[in-house]
Design a protein around this ligand. Structure first.
Ligand SMILES: CC(C)(COP(=O)(O)OP(=O)(O)OC[C@H]1O[C@@H](n2cnc3c(N)ncnc32)[C@H](O)[C@@H]1OP(=O)(O)O)[C@@H](O)C(=O)NCCC(=O)NCCS
Length: 222
């Protein structure tokens, strides 16, 4: 008999039982809203700025990822030591009260680049890369709530990073990330957005008492 996939996020292992119900407040709020009336123009993009943002982010990341992010991680996001881009919508309640809710977030940081992740390097470029200090943007996490998936929100956030690389005067040379091997939705998403699989990290993740490999995906300007 075919098993029904109950995962809300494909970042959880295929047989996981820990990801079948929502925990963030936004889902119950959306139950009373016509979601189709909310268009892309109603979504605002900005950085994480407040403790309320962090409180929402913690619950969303718990829904999206089977990994425990530390308080240091959230402090770094709030203080801007790591960079962030969130997508939010404003909900108007019948009482007239308005409240903003996060529906997508990307957390990333600038890291020293590695020549092994650069594509199409000839030996001369490879040799120079050993001495020239360049950086790359590393995507730590990216997620969009289920109700808004497939509408181009993650693609928009990735496009902002690509633009940063293109505007950086070659001080940023690629974007990269690690991704657990079984996350087929994410793999399709990155491939569709011009990322190439360039490596594998053996037993990179420890998830629900099991070890899983990670694929390394890279986007580099042509
Ligand atoms: C991966 C993720 C961030 C994509 O966000 P998104 O805003 O839906 O992505 P976009 O709308 O920009 O792109 C949609 C593409 O992603 C894939 N995709 C995203 N969600 C999907 C879903 N629920 N079912 C099937 N494909 C999906 C498809 O390839 C789709 O392409 P299509 O429009 O041609 O069908 C989102 O699915 C998510 O949050 N997943 C859970 C967390 C996660 O796995 N993060 C990535 C960790 S590396």
């Amino acid at each position: 008999m075919q098993q029904i996939d109950k995962r809300l996020s494909q970042a959880f292992p295929p047989n996981s039982k820990n990801n079948s119900s929502y925990i963030a407040e936004i889902h119950s709020v959306l139950a009373n809203v016509k979601i189709d009336d909310i268009g892309f123009k109603d979504i605002k993009f900005r950085t994480v700025q407040t403790k309320r943002d962090i409180a929402q982010l913690k619950l969303l990341q718990k829904e999206w990822f089977p990994i425990n992010y530390t308080e240091q991680f959230y402090t770094a996001v709030l203080n801007g030591y790591v960079s962030s881009l969130l997508a939010e919508i404003e909900i108007k309640f019948p009482s007239g009260r308005k409240e903003k809710y996060i529906i997508g977030v990307m957390v990333y940081q600038s890291r020293q680049s590695k020549s092994k992740y650069q594509q199409n390097l000839n030996w001369k470029q490879w040799f120079c890369s050993l001495f020239q200090q360049k950086n790359a943007l590393y995507i730590m996490t990216i997620g969009v709530i289920n109700e808004f998936r497939g509408r181009g929100i993650a693609e928009y956030m990735i496009d902002q990073l690509k633009q940063r690389v293109l505007d950086s005067n070659k001080t940023l040379i690629y974007i990269y990330l690690d991704m657990v091997v079984y996350n087929e939705v994410a793999a399709r998403f990155y491939q569709k957005n011009g990322f190439n699989r360039v490596g594998i990290k053996k037993n990179h993740y420890s998830i629900e008492d099991q070890q899983f490999d990670a694929y390394v995906y890279v986007w580099q300007p042509q």
